[in-house]
Design a protein around this ligand. Structure first.
Ligand code: X2X
Length: 339
């Protein structure tokens, strides 16, 4: 320890003691009884973190300061792969993760990401707040994680590229595309005959910038808030899948909370999810012009041939076999016949 730091510590220890003796009786902020970490992979500006901040303040107020939820956005605590292991060990207490990536631990959780399954948001929320979501949450619970009722929105995903627009499934042939670390994502882009590379979101900007990959796919809200337009030229509105984030908790940490605190925390997290869904939908629908102004060239491919390509490659029947008849029936009950 350097001399100055030691001196500083001594001085502050002395003043703490003096403060203790001579301090007037003013209300001091009480340390929270529970200080829990919530980590995620998205930038500060994304609605997920905007709503999370609001939610954290509401929880603090409603618990009279007993519960302090600290937010660590933007992969500050590591990649999704790192954070998934931290939520399991208790290194972090809360984490939002795409069901498709969670599928590396809970295989059933990727079913909501089947290509072209959901036609619109109404169908998404009916399924995810209904039987399909309940089925997935049941499987997550079996893996010893706690999951909140309401899934947060990521959005419908579009394809960006630094080399060419994607207009037809043939444009995907040999296309070097980053996909999240998830068997379903890799399988889907292999079915398109692309060359998918599994890369955590924490590395995506630099992977695009250094041209390790040509393209990636994400909702416009992320292309915008993570500034991916700075390192991409084209945006093809492929709308190939919907994606959402499950709000997960470490079981031991969750069960340590008294019932009344748990109720307040869960209520506020689920309410924030519902608000975040509206924010993301609104943001995504207004971003095309904004991103075009920032240099992205947009095109709107006809999606029929993409869906047909997945079908003829055996993608739907392969995944139906993996999830099983029962789970597949829940998906088809929500979205109609797929295979
Ligand atoms: O990794 C991604 O592309 C992201 C941010 O959309 C997810 O978390 C799945």
């Amino acid at each position: 320890m350097s001399f100055s730091r030691r001196a500083l510590l001594k001085a502050s220890a002395a003043s703490a003691v003096l403060g203790g003796i001579g301090a007037p009786l003013v209300a001091r902020a009480q340390a929270a009884e529970f200080t829990y970490k919530y980590a995620n992979n998205l930038p500060d500006a994304h609605p997920m973190n905007v709503r999370a901040k609001e939610m954290s303040a509401a929880i603090k107020a409603e618990t009279n300061g007993r519960f302090d939820l600290q937010i660590f956005p933007n992969n500050q605590l590591g990649s999704d792969t790192d954070m998934l292991s931290q939520i399991r060990s208790g290194g972090i207490e809360f984490f939002t993760l795409s069901g498709l990536i969670l599928a590396t631990l809970v295989p059933a959780a990727s079913i909501s990401g089947i290509g072209f399954a959901f036609p619109d948001y109404d169908t998404v929320w009916k399924a995810m707040d209904g039987d399909l979501g309940a089925h997935i949450r049941g499987e997550i619970t079996k893996a010893n994680l706690v999951v909140m009722d309401k899934i947060w929105d990521n959005g419908f995903r579009e394809t960006t590229s630094s080399t060419k627009p994607i207009n037809h499934p043939d444009d995907f042939k040999g296309f070097k595309i980053r996909v999240p670390v998830s068997p379903l994502w890799t399988s889907m882009f292999k079915a398109f005959d692309a060359a998918p590379a599994s890369i955590n979101f924490s590395e995506v900007y630099s992977a695009l910038q250094t041209r390790i990959v040509e393209g990636q796919e994400n909702p416009l809200a992320i292309i915008s808030t993570a500034k991916l337009y700075e390192v991409q030229k084209f945006c093809s509105l492929t709308n190939h899948m919907w994606d959402g984030f499950w709000f997960l908790a470490n079981r031991r940490a969750w069960e340590k909370l008294p019932e009344d605190v748990r109720t307040i925390v869960a209520k506020n997290i689920n309410a924030a999810a519902v608000n975040e869904r509206a924010d993301v939908a609104k943001l995504n629908s207004g971003l095309e012009q904004d991103l075009a102004g920032k240099g992205l060239t947009f095109n709107q491919p006809t999606v029929g041939p993409f869906r047909e390509k997945l079908r003829s490659a055996g993608f739907y029947s392969e995944w139906k076999g993996k999830y099983g008849e029962e789970a597949w029936a829940l998906l088809e009950k929500a979205v109609g016949k797929l295979s």
